[in-house]
Design a protein around this ligand. Structure first.
Ligand code: 5MY
Ligand code: ATP
Length: 489
């Protein structure tokens, strides 16, 4: 990056989350990722540099090890001219969703991360004119806790995502409950995965975005005003998936194109890359494979089938690896919180030890090695508490990351396209899979997680489950066939 020649007009607003804002270069396949902070919570430039460097180091030394070289793009910290950042901030302000404007872009430090633009990933000499489709999925936590510290029985039956949905709707974050259940996506069972992906397409919330040639074409621009127009989406998808039923327009064509998308994404998600040392992580215990709140499993229950066919994920695929990292949450927040308190008490007595405990980094090889200790026998030491707390932070990071799938028509001549390909009705699609938002969750957020967990479960138990016993839930009427739920257009 030639910092002296930075021109804000060459960059455009790309997207943002709760903690960072991303701008994309108009021509080159790179993005800048800036940190965001609540107004008045200003950090020093040195603190911001260190925070960003920690993100890069954590990606390199921990997440690349767990998830594999090919899936993780760590980027680098760059220093930008302050005038450029100031002008850029002014330029993009009007494009920011209102719901994200409670935090301001950091314009004072001049530091940002420079990363490949994963929505336009051109790693292997793509022909410039070839369209690129990119599907971003934030799958969230894919397992039901198996820890014996769990006190709420409901947590052994219903997954956190499905419970949280009800609280989110009650607090106005989203308008309606999604039929998506992460356990369906992580099941490895194609039928369940198709159902999960269709559910995401029906109610994207912040779990699904689709980009075409780097532009957001589907999913949430603004968290509070999602648009779900399948006809328009199908129109965008036609260069990639010509409907196999031969129809060029109309609702049947739309549905056929969407179905193709779902099938291709499922195949890509099940594809494997052998890299990554996730073999080192074998939590062993597993909770139930099915969430009782998932409309898919409810539908099976009604048909008298209690558990769907076992499929399981192939060991090399990104979903499998991500799930293994999520399962580093061995004790659940209920078992973890007392250990956090043990560290807090220790730090009260020996505040100078914080650095030595590596709570705020460095996230180096030594930090990674300690994460591999999966023992759950508490010997009462601070060392044990620390290992479990750090594993929990890493697990929470994997529960909140996103998966980016880039698809592009492949040339017939395979020698010029080294990426793996997947057949579709229109052409063969070269694809790449990456993971993003791998910022280690802060130590300080543990008390918040503890409170939130209890709030989610209590709300679900008191309101939803009580009602559930009495009446059939509105989200799943008897007539609904879960395997074929398609949005009417
Ligand atoms: O707690 P959750 O499950 O609601 O997850 C938060 C996300 O909400 P979601 O459930 O995806 O709607 C939340 O996403 P949104 O800002 O709501 O889009 C953030 O990703 C948040 O992470 P952080 O505090 O920014 O590091 C996430 O918080 P963490 O719990 O991952 O720290
Ligand atoms: N390298 C990248 N290439 C393309 N798009 C990206 C890249 N990194 C981030 N984005 C886009 O920017 C959005 C926000 O980025 P990111 O998820 O890192 O923000 P965040 O604030 O850390 O998220 P969260 O709300 O989960 O804390 C992503 O959802 C994605 O659409």
């Amino acid at each position: 990056m030639e910092e002296g020649k930075m021109d804000e007009n060459e960059w455009r607003y790309h997207g943002e989350g709760n903690k960072s804002l991303v701008v994309a270069h108009a021509q080159r396949c790179v993005v800048l990722r800036f940190l965001k902070f609540p107004p008045n919570r200003k950090k020093t430039s040195e603190e911001i540099f260190q925070h960003l460097q920690n993100i890069v180091d954590f990606g390199k030394n921990v997440m690349k090890e767990f998830l594999g070289e090919n899936y993780v793009h760590c980027g680098e910290v760059v220093q930008l001219p302050l005038e450029f950042v100031k002008q850029l901030c002014l330029k993009i302000q009007s494009e920011r969703p209102e719901s994200r404007c409670d935090k301001d872009l950091d314009t004072l430090s001049g530091y940002a991360m420079c990363l490949p633009n994963l929505t336009r990933l051109q790693t292997y000499r793509f022909a410039e004119h070839r369209p690129i489709l990119c599907v971003e999925i934030k799958p969230k936590c894919g397992f039901i806790p198996f820890s014996s510290y769990v006190t709420h029985e409901m947590k052994h039956k219903v997954c956190r995502y499905c419970m949280h949905q009800h609280l989110k709707v009650a607090t106005g974050k989203w308008k309606q409950i999604s039929k998506y259940c992460p356990l369906d996506l992580y099941s490895g069972n194609k039928q369940r995965m198709h159902f999960a992906l269709k559910s995401l397409l029906q109610e994207a919330q912040n779990n699904l975005k689709i980009f075409k040639n780097g532009e957001l074409i589907y999913g949430c621009g603004d968290a509070r005003s999602p648009v779900a127009d399948w006809r328009e989406l199908a129109h965008h998808l036609k260069p990639f998936f010509f409907p196999s039923n031969g129809l060029a327009s109309g609702p049947h064509c739309t549905r056929a194109v969407i179905r193709e998308l779902v099938h291709v994404i499922t195949r890509v998600l099940l594809s494997s890359s052998d890299k990554g040392r996730v073999g080192a992580l074998r939590p062993g215990l597993r909770g139930p494979r099915v969430c009782e709140a998932s409309p898919f499993s409810r539908s099976l229950q009604r048909q008298g089938k209690n558990t769907p066919e076992r499929s399981g994920l192939p060991k090399g695929c990104l979903l499998y690896k991500t799930l293994q990292v999520q399962m580093l949450d061995l004790l659940d927040i209920e078992g973890l919180y007392p250990l956090y308190n043990r560290i807090e008490r220790y730090l009260e007595e020996f505040p100078e030890q914080r650095k030595m405990l590596q709570i705020d980094g460095p996230y180096d090889e030594a930090f990674y090695q300690k994460l591999l200790d999966l023992s759950t026998e508490d010997d009462g030491t601070v060392a044990f508490a620390l290992t479990k707390v750090q594993q929990y932070r890493v697990a929470m990071t994997a529960k909140d990351c996103s998966i980016m799938i880039a698809l592009s028509p492949s040339l017939q001549d395979t020698s010029s396209d080294q990426r793996p390909v997947i057949p579709s009705s229109r052409s063969r699609l070269a694809f790449s899979v990456s993971v993003l938002d791998l910022d280690l969750k802060p130590y300080e957020s543990i008390p918040h997680q503890y409170k939130l967990d209890s709030k989610i479960v209590n709300y679900y138990s008191k309101t939803v489950h009580a009602k559930d016993d009495a009446v059939v839930p509105t989200r799943l009427k008897e007539s609904e066939d879960c395997t074929l739920v398609l949005h009417k257009v």
